[in-house]
Structures are given as C-alpha cells and as structure tokens.
Design a binder for this molecule. Structure first.
Ligand code: ATP
Ligand code: MG
Length: 335
C-alpha cells in the first residue's frame, strides 16, 4: 500500500564503500519505504562529497558505482527507487544558491553536525565555504523533488532541522511551496565504530564494510576493544561500552543467548575469544548474502551505470517542474 503523501529522498556521499552503520542507520529503512511511500529517490551525493574532497575528485567519481552497488545489493530496487547522481541535476545547484540567502553565516557555524565534522577534519576557520554550507545544499537535494520523508542516521538530524528552517522561511517569503520534512532513523540510529568511536564512518577508518570478506571481518572483530581490565578468563568483565557486546546486542538474532553471555562475562569465566568468534559468525551471516549479490552485480558495471542514467533522467524531469514553480513564486520567471 503506498502512502500518497510520502516522498522519500535519501542518499550517500560517494567517499567510500558503505558499512554496517549505513545498513542499520538508513538503508534498511530505504528498502522498507520504497514499498510504502508514493515515491522514492536515492541520490549519490557527489557534489556534497566534493565539499571536503575538492583536491581528490577521482576518489568521489570512482566511488559512485560502489555506493550504488551497496544499495542495490541490500535490496534497493531501481524499479521502485529512482537512483540518480547529484551533479547531473543542475537545479539542485540553482536551488542551493537561492536558499543560501535564507541562512545566516552564524546559523551555519552553529550546526552541531557540521561543527563536529569540522573538528574531526581539523578545519577551524579554514573550512571550505561549500562544506560549511552543505546543509543548505542538502535542503536543495531534498526539496527539488518535494521530498518529505528522509531516512538518515542520527548524525544528520541537526541538518534536517536546518532544512525545515529553510522550508519555513521560503514559504513565509514566497508563499506555501514546500512541506515540512520528516526524518526517519533506523533501529540503530548511530552505530559505534570498531574502535569504540561513537560513530562508524567512511572517513574515520573504523568500519566493517558490506563488501568485506570473511577474513577481513575476522581481523576487524579480533582487533576490537573489549574491557581492558578483563585480562584473564576468570576475571569479571564489563559489558557496557564493550564494543563486542554492543555489536552482539545489535546484530545477534538470539537475544536470550546474548543476555546469558553477558551475565557470564560480568561474573567472570568467559573469554574474549568466545564472544569475538560468535560476533564474527553473526556479522558474516548478515553480510554474506549482501556480498554475494554485490559481487554478482559488480560483474556488469555498465548495467549499473545505465540504472543511474535512467534514474537521473527521471530526476531531471522532476527537478525542472519544481524549479519552474520556485521561479514563479519568487517572481523570477521572466520569459
Ligand atoms: P563520511 O565519513 O564520508 O561522511 P559516512 O560514513 O558518514 O561517510 P555518509 O555518506 O555521510 O556516510 O552517510 C550516509 C547515511 O548513512 C546518512 O544518513 C548517515 O546518517 C548514515 N550513517 C552514516 N554512518 C552511520 C552510523 N555509524 N550509524 C548510523 N547511520 C549512519
Ligand atoms: Mg557523513
């Protein structure tokens, strides 16, 4: 049953292959919503990826197909979801320029997501203007297709808030044109990194990728931080903040066995190897079908590019309609 009011817009930055954080934070919802919403758009945000990779455009263009493969392997169906590339929709850039006038520099600098990412990247005052303004460009990404339901991870919520401020100002200045945007976060809104960092991120080098093979998964799990005080098997161990247990809680389908293991671990007598081996199998079971499908799809890259080309043509049509409406309400439709 499709809900006629819902237009889903979501996307990834092509800065690397996708990881488990993407799966639980956003992709699972994307897959579900493509059957429920009236329309679904999936955008590969290459322009946004360039805001912090201007010196390395090849990294961005080379990863376009990788993120497409990851989404297709997880169940995004191009017949249900319009998959397109951001830079191919010039109206998004046009809307960005118009929206920039609705936002102050002070507000941009206050956005907690951007602030946090700026800190991570060590930008300080030397932040690229495009990076600082990416929430404005994200408003254009969402509104060019009248998107109103946005599957995102928790890290993006302040950006969605800022998009709604732009919606409010636009409607107030030029008349009711866009509806408010709603986010939808996954069951795990923010997956921790394998290093214990609060977020698994492509740019943070702390991810388990949807394309990782068994050996790589094993190595990553084996190197996970557990409880530094849990030295001997018989020592009581801590479960809170213990990355292996955090992941078991999220990914292990057998919740009661995990509870039992936690009890044993706290009491002492349960070694790290046992829980790590269990986690390796749990993750392998989750990733194996995705990896297999991905490998199959990757054999025909031209087919993937064709999917993106067709989706982009579809998105271009929608963009033209919205742009005409925007120009009309703004009274800049001269000819
Ligand atoms: P980058 O480091 O280049 O920003 P990223 O790993 O943050 O990469 P994005 O392409 O920026 O990935 O994010 C795509 C989507 O996945 C966003 O909706 C984001 O909120 C979500 N997401 C990313 N990482 C996580 C995570 N660790 N947990 C939950 N959701 C996540
Ligand atoms: Mg990100």
């Amino acid at each position: 049953m499709s809900n006629i009011d819902e237009i889903v817009l979501t996307g990834d930055r092509p800065t690397g292959k996708l990881h488990l954080g993407h799966l639980v934070g956003s992709i699972q919802n994307r897959v579900k919503l493509q059957d429920e919403a009236s329309k679904s758009f999936y955008m590969i945000a290459d322009v946004q990826a360039l805001t912090d990779n201007a010196d390395n455009p090849e990294k961005v263009s080379k990863n376009v197909i990788e993120v497409a493969l990851d989404n297709l392997a997880c169940g995004i169906n191009p017949k249900k979801t319009t998959m397109f590339i951001q830079s191919e929709i010039p109206e998004i850039a046009e809307l960005t320029v118009l929206f920039l006038n609705l936002v102050t520099l002070a507000r941009l600098k206050r956005n907690p997501t951007v602030k946090n990412e700026m800190k991570q990247k060590g930008y300080g005052e030397n932040v690229p203007a495009g990076f600082l303004a990416y929430p404005v460009s994200q408003a254009a990404d969402i509104l060019f297709c009248k998107g109103n339901l946005i599957p995102v991870g928790e890290d993006q919520l302040p950006v969605i808030e800022q998009v709604n401020e732009i919606v409010d100002d636009f409607n107030r200045f030029y008349g009711e044109t866009f509806s408010k945007v709603k986010h939808v976060v996954g069951d795990t809104p923010r997956l921790m990194g394998t290093d214990g960092n609060e977020k698994m991120g492509k740019s943070l080098n702390n991810g388990i990728y949807l394309s990782d093979d068994f050996e790589t998964i094993s190595k990553k799990v084996m190197s996970m931080y557990t409880d530094p005080k849990h030295i001997h098997v018989e020592d009581p161990g801590q479960v809170e903040g213990n990355v292996v247990f955090v992941y078991l809680d999220i990914f292990d389908p057998n919740k009661s066995e995990v509870e039992e293991l936690k009890k044993q671990y706290k009491k002492g007598g349960l070694g790290d190897m046992v829980i790590k081996k269990r986690l390796i199998n749990v993750i392998e079971n989750l990733i194996n079908p995705i990896r297999t499908k991905r490998e199959e799809l990757a054999k025909d890259p031209q087919k993937i590019m064709k999917i993106l080309e067709e989706g982009t043509i579809e998105a271009q049509k929608v963009a033209k309609e919205t742009m005409a409406e925007v120009k009309k309400v703004m009274r800049i439709n001269y000819f």
